[in-house]
Design a protein around this ligand. Structure first.
Ligand code: ADE
Length: 252
């Protein structure tokens, strides 16, 4: 019970903060550098991302990297020094693009999506959702020239231990994860506060009508109308689910 009260206090605190911050927060701008803009357009034009942009809380600008290509053929990649299969994205187009965009605004972070980056989690998403300007770089082929990583990139993020064909789908995942946390984007902001992984806990099971489907019943407690008991039950379920499915979360 004490824990549930604590959650309520935290909830009120965050609600107040997010209400206040939606007055002072001018919104976030995310620029994305890619050779495949088409891959990014659709995932970011629907549902909550659409609403965030319509409300003016999120601006997404997708830039075709070939605009800064080294020649009229749109070349942005080349063979790797030392030999080996696979092309590497060249310094010049990336450096020019980053410098031109950085001349127009100061980026809080320049993020390269890469399987050898830091694994994305809710804590990183929470932190990034409070930034104003982010620049994302989507890699392709064997990756990008290491010198760009050393001299321009401020954060490297992976979305999981597997290799995608390029960084675009990872960028879409990152933007979606951050975008829904921007103050004012969700109607009921407590729903983001109690998402899985906030507080390192998975969300409890949820049910909707009918109360009895093929003899499979909704737990009685949820039909009791006793909100304190329901909150306690939900918390217990979260803890149980987390220790059964994700014992690693406890250590984080
Ligand atoms: N690019 C290719 N695979 C990736 C991954 N797992 N995370 C982020 N960017 C990637």
């Amino acid at each position: 019970m004490i824990i549930m009260r604590l959650f309520s206090v935290i909830e009120i605190y965050f609600q107040t903060c997010s209400t206040l911050s939606s007055f002072i927060f001018a919104g976030m701008r995310i620029d994305i550098l890619t050779v495949l803009p088409e891959l990014l357009e659709s995932p970011l034009q629907h549902s909550i991302m659409k609403r965030a942009q319509e409300k003016g809380l999120l601006q997404i600008h997708i830039h075709q990297l070939r605009k800064w290509a080294v020649n009229e053929y749109g070349q942005v990649d080349d063979y790797q020094y030392g030999g080996g299969a696979g092309m590497v994205m060249m310094c010049e187009p990336l450096a020019k693009a980053i410098e031109e965009l950085s001349g127009e605004r100061t980026y809080d972070e320049i993020i390269f999506l890469t399987p050898d980056g830091k694994m994305l989690n809710q804590k990183i998403a929470n932190t990034l959702s409070l930034k104003e300007n982010l620049l994302l770089i989507c890699g392709h082929y064997k990756g990008i020239d290491e010198r760009i990583r050393e001299h321009f990139v401020t954060k490297e993020i992976s979305i999981g231990d597997y290799v995608l064909s390029g960084g675009e789908l990872a960028a879409a995942v990152l933007v979606d994860t951050i975008g829904r946390l921007i103050p004012g984007v969700l109607n009921d902001e407590t729903s983001a506060l109690f998402d899985s992984f906030q507080d390192n806990l998975l969300a409890p099971p949820v049910y909707t009508r009918p109360e009895d489907f093929r003899g499979w019943k909704v737990p009685d407690i949820l039909m009791s109308g006793d909100h304190n008991k329901i909150e306690d039950w939900r918390h217990e379920q979260s803890v149980k689910r987390s220790s059964e499915r994700r014992p690693d979360l406890k250590q984080e």
